[in-house]
Design a protein around this ligand. Structure first.
Ligand SMILES: NC(=O)C1=CN([C@@H]2O[C@H](COP(=O)(O)OP(=O)(O)OC[C@H]3O[C@@H](n4cnc5c(N)ncnc54)[C@H](O)[C@@H]3O)[C@@H](O)[C@H]2O)C=CC1
Ligand SMILES: N[C@@H](CC=O)C(=O)O
Ligand code: NA
Length: 430
């Protein structure tokens, strides 16, 4: 039998324990597919004694997680600790610098440091793989990096956060409260260690910036992603959207064109006729438009132990087979930079929700702000008093430049007629 591929595993939480379970369950199949066994030899995490439902006594325990980079018996270091910097980054740099293979599920680290790590990996001829970092178990890194490599891609967008999709779906189907559903997503192992990364859209933005680089051959530009999360989406928005024929989804959109690179994560009204509206629970989906292949649609589980472990072990199988290349589909020094595109130039329809004081003249004030900013109203719904006495006004605009909607909201900023901040969600074309 050929020598096993030996793994040093950092992090034994949801994903780390999932990787051990998967390697145990599918050992023979993986050996046949990889051409040799894949064996964990050493592990490290914060707490050695914790019950993870997997037997770790058979592996060497290493107290200093970053020391795994120099473990003499390991061919590959797998990092499932998390965090954009700290021990994860130290481990990545030291492993690649030593010319050893590195596999990670850490989108925060790849979004912030992926270019440096890729350059180091290429310099040292060391594999750097991160399939689990975007859309969990969906092979979208492989799909774009390899399957679509012959195409010029103009657009990539999708549902990139399982926690938010789980929350929005539960709110819609069961009319449940945001906080209660978040706790359930955390218990299922979908959420980040700091769940504000999920609900404020940061996690989806990490993933979107990685997809942009793969799709367009542009340098990672996480700081240029405009981010709005789902924290301010209320049950009434979901109900109004449903009545209008839409579902609310947190969507990341990236486009490269003559105006630059557009990257945005935001809650969007998706028509029920669009396949993204049928992506429910912890599922993720990614749509990419290629100039020869046309539209690609990837869908699958974006979070959780099993799907994420599936992606991590797929990377290990590639390494065992000797199949790897530049982490971002082309050498890091071939990536170009594009200026961020101005969202104001984009055209589309929008949903606006206001909570307003119940008094005469308020609707006229909102309508005047729209008129003065050049926004044409397609429909307007006013709903009876909320428990606090305020009234809900939901507006759908006709298609027009986003700049005008922004200006209308600026005109209303600070108005005594409004209770709280208005909610703006753009509408995806069918
Ligand atoms: N849970 C999921 O569905 C997915 C997670 N990921 C990513 O996978 C990575 C791991 O996520 P989870 O397993 O969910 O996290 P987790 O919180 O369940 O596990 C983290 C593990 O790392 C260890 N750890 C944390 N800080 C450490 C430190 N300073 N030194 C040593 N060990 C430390 C913990 O003891 C624990 O064993 C993260 O980068 C996450 O973003 C990616 C895709 C899906
Ligand atoms: N917290 C993330 C986990 C996978 O990347 C999510 O909810 O999608
Ligand atoms: Na993936």
């Amino acid at each position: 039998m050929t020598e096993p591929l030996k793994i040093a595993l950092a992090g034994l939480g949801t994903v780390g324990a999932g990787v051990i379970r998967l390697l145990d369950a599918n050992r023979d199949l993986i050996t046949r597919r990889a051409g040799r066994p894949i064996e964990v030899v050493a592990v490290s995490a914060r707490d050695r004694a914790k019950d993870r439902g997997v037997d770790i006594a058979r592996f060497e325990w290493v107290d200093d997680t970053t020391a795994l980079a120099r473990h003499p018996g390991a061919d590959v270091v797998v990092e499932l600790v998390g965090g954009s910097d700290g021990p994860a980054l130290t481990l990545a740099r030291a492993t690649l610098d030593g010319g050893r293979a590195f596999v990670t599920a850490n989108k925060a680290m790849i979004a912030h440091h992926g270019l440096d790590l890729a350059a180091l990996a290429e310099e040292r001829s060391a594999p750097l793989k991160y399939e689990a970092a975007v859309a969990g178990g969906i092979p979208v890194i492989k799909g774009l990096r390899e399957g679509a490599a012959a195409n010029a891609l103009s657009q990539v967008y999708g549902i990139l956060n399982g926690t938010c999709n789980f929350i929005l779906t539960k709110m819609e189907e069961e009319g449940r409260d945001f906080a209660e559903v978040l706790a359930e997503a955390q218990a299922l192992g979908f959420a980040e260690a700091d769940p504000s990364f999920d609900i404020d859209g940061v996690d989806a933005a990490h993933k979107l910036s990685i997809l942009s680089t793969l799709a367009f051959g542009t340098a990672l530009a996480f700081d240029d992603v405009a981010i709005t999360g789902i924290r301010h989406v209320i049950a009434a928005d979901i109900a109004e959207a449903k009545a209008l024929g839409y579902r609310v989804r947190l969507v990341g959109v990236a486009e490269a064109g003559p105006n630059g690179l557009f990257q945005r994560v935001h809650p969007l009204l998706v028509p029920t006729a669009h396949p993204l509206s049928h992506v429910v629970g912890s599922l993720n989906a990614v749509v990419a438009e290629g100039n020869f292949v046309g539209r690609l649609f990837f869908q699958g589980r974006g979070a959780g132990d099993g799907p994420t472990a599936s992606a991590v072990v797929a990377d290990l199988i590639d390494i065992a087979r000797g199949e790897y290349g530049p982490p971002f589909a082309m050498p890091a020094d071939q990536l170009t930079t594009l200026p961020p595109a101005d969202a104001g130039d984009r055209r589309g329809r929008a949903y606006l929700r206001f909570s307003v004081v119940d008094k005469p003249g308020v609707l006229a004030e909102i309508a005047a702000a729209m008129r003065d900013a050049g926004v044409s109203i397609e429909s307007l719904i006013q709903r009876g008093a909320n428990p606090d006495g305020s009234v809900l006004v939901a507006i759908v605009t006709h298609e027009g430049p986003e700049r005008c909607v922004t200006q209308a909201l600026e005109r209303l900023d600070g108005s005594a007629s409004l209770v709280g901040k208005p909610m703006l969600m753009h509408i995806l074309d069918a």
